[in-house]
Design a protein around this ligand. Structure first.
Ligand SMILES: NC(=O)c1ccc[n+]([C@@H]2O[C@H](COP(=O)([O-])OP(=O)(O)OC[C@H]3O[C@@H](n4cnc5c(N)ncnc54)[C@H](OP(=O)(O)O)[C@@H]3O)[C@@H](O)[C@H]2O)c1
Length: 284
């Protein structure tokens, strides 16, 4: 039998990208499943994205992750999109299907799985999202598609916040409103799920927390953070002090990585290996 020295290639394009731990998690998963795949963490400047995406085809890569600043621009170089990616207008992963580049956004789906793993469903719920950037958009759209009753978008910049609320109303059956964030945000008592989808609290600013009146957080609420480094954010600590059910950002990160793994390889993702690898990477 002839030997195969060629590995299947996947990876990530972004800038900055040096601190992105996804490759360690995916490579541990490939090894655990005995798959001859390699994950390349590649620095790609804004103006080089087209050439880089041509490279995905030229190198017959199985797919690629996109991160800052490429998640929206990459749509110009894709052949097909999933429904969610089409609505969100951004993708975080691409599958190369024999030369056809298909874009998907697994951020929001990873978030929903992290909730489901804690027996939390968004169906019929009032969801409040702090932030209106890429992560907030993916979470807002996926929660709406999964049957959330109402999505409240709380954001500092008015235009971005209003745009996201409008998008949800226009493209899904959920209700959505924008709430300006110019004073300490007070959670309404009928809030079921409160999510920090801003980057506040992200390393090295681990001593910062979103401007929320934490005494309005109730034990009946589920409070989740997308920030995963460090996952034990001050936001979650304050919510836990008020008796809320807290869910950190590691679950979202692992589960979107697991979805990507399966879309690229067709194999079930080894979630335990991926979680343990990430925790080790973060010194947890
Ligand atoms: N766990 C996961 O798997 C996962 C996946 C994706 C992203 N993330 C995390 O999600 C976070 C957001 O990423 P992103 O891609 O959505 O970033 P982004 O598109 O740049 O959006 C950032 C959001 O945070 C808000 N914001 C930032 N600093 C703020 C401040 N001081 N006060 C009030 N609002 C502030 C921005 O408000 P304005 O609109 O007013 O600027 C915007 O809504 C990052 O920490 C990222 O690491 C986690």
């Amino acid at each position: 039998m002839s030997k195969n020295y060629r590995a299947e290639l996947v990876g990530a394009f972004g800038n900055p990208i040096d601190e992105n731990p996804t490759g360690v998690m995916e490579e541990a998963a490939f090894a655990a499943k005995g798959l001859n795949f390699r994950y390349l963490t590649v620095k790609v400047e804004k103006e080089d994205l087209e050439a880089a995406m041509n490279g995905v085809k030229a190198f017959q890569m199985k797919g690629i992750n996109l991160t800052i600043p490429h998640k929206v621009k990459v749509l110009e170089y894709l052949d097909e999109l999933s429904e969610a990616a089409h609505i969100i207008g951004a993708v975080n992963m691409v599958v190369n299907k024999d030369g056809i580049l298909w874009g998907e956004n697994t951020d929001g789906k990873g978030f929903l799985i992290s909730l489901k793993n804690e027996d939390v469903s968004v169906e019929g719920k009032n969801v409040v999202i702090l932030g209106a950037g890429g992560a907030a958009k993916a979470i807002g759209v996926e929660c709406a598609l999964a049957g959330a009753k109402k999505i409240t978008v709380v954001n500092r910049s008015r235009e971005r916040g209003q745009d996201l609320a409008d998008l949800i109303v226009e493209k899904t059956s959920a209700d959505s409103i924008y709430v300006p964030w110019d004073t300490s945000y007070k959670a309404e008592p009928d809030t079921d799920i409160l999510v920090n989808a801003t980057s506040i609290g992200l390393y090295p600013d681990v001593d910062k927390k979103p401007d929320v009146d934490y005494d309005t957080v109730m034990p009946s609420m589920v409070v989740s953070d997308v920030v995963f480094n460090d996952p034990n954010t001050l936001f979650l600590q304050e919510a836990a002090k008020r008796g809320a059910h807290t869910i950190n950002g590691l679950g979202m990160l692992v589960n979107q990585g697991a979805l990507n793994f399966t879309l690229w390889t067709g194999a079930e993702a080894p979630l335990d290996v991926m979680t343990d690898t990430l925790k080790k990477e973060f010194g947890l």
